[in-house]
Design a protein around this ligand. Structure first.
Ligand SMILES: C[S@@+](CC[C@H](N)C(=O)[O-])C[C@H]1O[C@@H](n2cnc3c(N)ncnc32)[C@H](O)[C@@H]1O
Length: 457
C-alpha cells in the first residue's frame, strides 16, 4: 500500500526505486501523493523519471514534478524549467518553474529570469522579480528591475517602487501614533475643504464619514451629479493628504433616488458608491473591503408597494435595506504590520477589539433617527469602525460632521476627534450636546474657521 513511510523508505534507497514506483501508478491522485510526500531529497536522488511527468495531463502532477525538480537544484534542468515556465498552460505550474529557477541562484538562471520579465502574466513577472531580487546590488540586475517601475501592471510597479524608490519619509516629522493638540476634540464650523487646507500632511489616523447624498436631502445642493462627484473627489484628495501613512478611510454611501418631477417622468437612481470608487482609486486610495450595512425592512421607505399590486416584470423595485461602507487604505509600500508596530505594547493591549465583534462584511444595525438632523450615524456603526480601524489615542476625523455622532463615539472609546460641519444649525446642535465625560485635558472646542486658524501652530 502507498504510505508516507513506504515512500520515505524508497526515497532513501536512492537507486531509482521511486522512479519504479511512479511507473506503477498512473492515476493523478497517487502520483501527486508520492511527489507531495517526497520531502527533502537525498543528494544522490535519481530524478530521471520527473521529466516524463512534466507533460502529464493533470496540472497538479506537473506542478509537483516541477517542485521536485526545483528541490534537486541542478542546473542541467534549467532548459526544461525554462520551457515549462514559458509554455505550460497552467499559471501555477509556470510560476513554480520560475520559482525553481530562482532557487538555483546561478548566473544562467539570472539570464533566464531576466527574459521572463517580459512575460505577459504579471504573476509570472513578479515571481521572476523575486528570483532576481536575490541579486539586488548587481548593477545589471538592478537596472533591469528598476525599468519595471513604469510597468503596466500595478503589482509589478508597487514591488519595484518599494524595492528601489521608496524613501523613508516622515512628512511632518511627527511619530506615527501622535497627533497635534490643536486638532484634538475640535469641531470647526466651516467648509471641510477650506479647513483641511490648513492642516499639515499626515495629521490624522482615521476618517469615517457619510457625505451629503447628492441632492436627495436639502442640506446641500449641487448643480449636477458630475459637480457633486468632483466635489467629493476634492474632499477625499485632501483627506488623503492629511491621512497618516497606510491608514484608513471608510466612506458610507448608498445609491440614491431623486424623485420624478411628474408622472410623465421617471425617478432617477444614482449609484454613488460605485461612481466615487474610481476617483478614490485614482487619487491613491487602495481598496480594502466593502461592508454592507443592513437595516430592518420596516425601517426603510417602501418601494415594493406598486409591484405587490401589479406583479409585472420590469416594474420590480425592491426595498433598499443596505448601505455601503467602502473601506480604503492610503496606498503605501508598507505592510499593515508596520502600522501596528508603531504602537507600544500597552496601547495594543488596550485597543484589542473585544469579544462579540462582527465576523462578516454584513453588519445588521438599526438606523438611527434624530429630531434635528435627517441622516445621523447609529452609534453602533461608528463604534465598530472606530474599534476595528483605530487604536486608542488616535485622531479620527469626520469631514461631514452632521450631528457629531462620530465625535461623541470616538471620545467614548478613548480616541480624539476632529470634525468639520458647514451648516451653522447642525454646528449649534452639536454644541448644545457638549459633554466632557472624557479627555478632560482636551475638552471639546467648537470653533469658527477664523478661531481655528489662530489655534494652529
Ligand atoms: C450625511 S450628513 C452626515 C451626518 C453625520 N454622519 C451624523 O452622524 O450626524 C452630511 C453632513 O455634511 C454637511 N456638509 C455638506 N457639505 C459640507 C461641506 N462642504 N463642508 C462641511 N460639511 C458639509 C451637511 O451639512 C451634513 O450635516
Amino acid at each position: 500500500m502507498l504510505t508516507k513511510e513506504y515512500i520515505k523508505e524508497l526515497k532513501n534507497r536512492g537507486n531509482g526505486d521511486i522512479g519504479q514506483l511512479i511507473n506503477k501508478y498512473q492515476d493523478s491522485a497517487s502520483l501527486t501523493f508520492i511527489l507531495e510526500n517526497l520531502g527533502q531529497l537525498p543528494k544522490d536522488f535519481d530524478g530521471s523519471f520527473l521529466q516524463n511527468l512534466l507533460t502529464h495531463k493533470n496540472a497538479n502532477v506537473r506542478l509537483w514534478a516541477v517542485k521536485t525538480i526545483g528541490k534537486l537544484v541542478k542546473e542541467d534542468y534549467l532548459p526544461v524549467l525554462k520551457n515549462i515556465a514559458t509554455i505550460d498552460v497552467d499559471t501555477n505550474v509556470r510560476r513554480e518553474a520560475v520559482s525553481s529557477i530562482g532557487r538555483m541562484r546561478t548566473i544562467n538562471g539570472q539570464s533566464v529570469l531576466t527574459e521572463i520579465l517580459q512575460d505577459n502574466d504579471p504573476k509570472i513577472v513578479c515571481q521572476a522579480i523575486r528570483g532576481l531580487l536575490v541579486f539586488k546590488g548587481n548593477s545589471k540586475i538592478d537596472d533591469n528591475l528598476k525599468s519595471l517601475v513604469n510597468h503596466e501592471n500595478e503589482m509589478v510597479r508597487t514591488v519595484i517602487y518599494k524595492e528601489y524608490f521608496a524613501k523613508l519619509k516622515d512628512k511632518n516629522g511627527q511619530p506615527h501614533t501622535e497627533s497635534y493638540d490643536y486638532l484634538k476634540n475640535v469641531v470647526v464650523n466651516a467648509d471641510t475643504i477650506e479647513t483641511m487646507k490648513l492642516l499639515k500632511d499626515e495629521s490624522i489616523h482615521l476618517t469615517f464619514t457619510s457625505p451629503p447624498y447628492y441632492n436627495a436631502r436639502d442640506y446641500s445642493i449641487y448643480p449636477s451629479y458630475k459637480a457633486y462627484l468632483e466635489f467629493l473627489a476634492d474632499v477625499f484628495k485632501e483627506v488623503h493628504r492629511i491621512t497618516k501613512e497606510g491608514r484608513f478611510l471608510i466612506v458610507n454611501t448608498s445609491p440614491i433616488i431623486i424623485p420624478r418631477i411628474s408622472r410623465a417622468h421617471s425617478s432617477k437612481r444614482y449609484p454613488i458608491p460605485f461612481d466615487i470608487h474610481p476617483y478614490l482609486m485614482e487619487m491613491g486610495w487602495e481598496f480594502i473591503d466593502d461592508i454592507v450595512w443592513m437595516k430592518p425592512e420596516a425601517s426603510v421607505k417602501n418601494r415594493i408597494g406598486g409591484f405587490q399590486q401589479h406583479r409585472k416584470p420590469l416594474g420590480y423595485k425592491p426595498n433598499s435595506i443596505t448601505e455601503y461602507l467602502m473601506v480604503y487604505r492610503k496606498s503605501t509600500e508598507k505592510l499593515l504590520d508596520w502600522n501596528m508596530r508603531q504602537y507600544d505594547w500597552q496601547t495594543v493591549q488596550d485597543s484589542k477589539v473585544p469579544e462579540g465583534y462582527e465576523s462578516t462584511n454584513v453588519w445588521k444595525i438599526d438606523p438611527c433617527f434624530d429630531k434635528v438632523h435627517s441622516a445621523v450615524f447609529p452609534v453602533e456603526l461608528c463604534k465598530r469602525v472606530i474599534q476595528y480601524y483605530s487604536y486608542k489615542g488616535d485622531l479620527v476625523f469626520d469631514p461631514f460632521g452632521g450631528s457629531g455622532t462620530m465625535g461623541k463615539t470616538a471620545k467614548s472609546l478613548n480616541r480624539y476627534f476632529f470634525l468639520t460641519e458647514k451648516d451653522e444649525n447642525y454646528f449649534e446642535y452639536m454644541k448644545s450636546k457638549k459633554t466632557k465625560e472624557m479627555f478632560d485635558t482636551h475638552e471639546t472646542k467648537f470653533l469658527t474657521l477664523k478661531e481655528f486658524k489662530t489655534t494652529i501652530k
